[in-house]
Design a protein around this ligand. Sequence first.
Ligand SMILES: [Fe+2]
Length: 192
Amino acid sequence: MISTKKVLISIIIFNFYTFAQSGGPDGELSASLRYLSQRYTMPTAQTKGILNDIGTEELAHLEMVGAIVYQLTRDLDSKIVKESGFGDYFINHSTGVYPANSNGSPFNAFCLAVSGDPITDLNEDLAAEQKARATYDNILRLSDDPDVNDVIKFLRAREVVHYQRFGEALRLLEEDLRPKKTGVGMKDCDNK
Ligand SMILES: [Fe+2]
């Protein structure tokens, strides 16, 4: 028998898979689309490669999170569906894994930014990774299912590695693009 608690955890994870709890830009789907879109305007092959690598890895994480949601919800009975607050979703999708938040809003690209400015984009990416890490921490606070927790701990560790790699990309670009004298703005606008 699947417990109500497990269904609630699956809803939280499901939100993370799409929008994340706050409607903010920290789910696996938004992460992969953000990095794979921003990669084009990264000014060096190395920084393009970092965004490409992490963006494709996030797609693999999307598949893992989808598998957790599916396995937690596939055998639900109607009593659990009603008690867990899963009913509204169930009416539209049964136990299919649809990229929407728990209010039924489908995924959309409003939750990510592509500024075309590499320093701005990398700072957004650093924040996104910490929000992802914090969300996984919150899932671990609520979940007592060891099978779920093992996967969540793996995903959380990868967010920390991504944060470090974006930090490395930012340091590389800061040296190339920032004017040495002032340290603010970008070199090509400094004499205007
Ligand atoms: Fe990540």
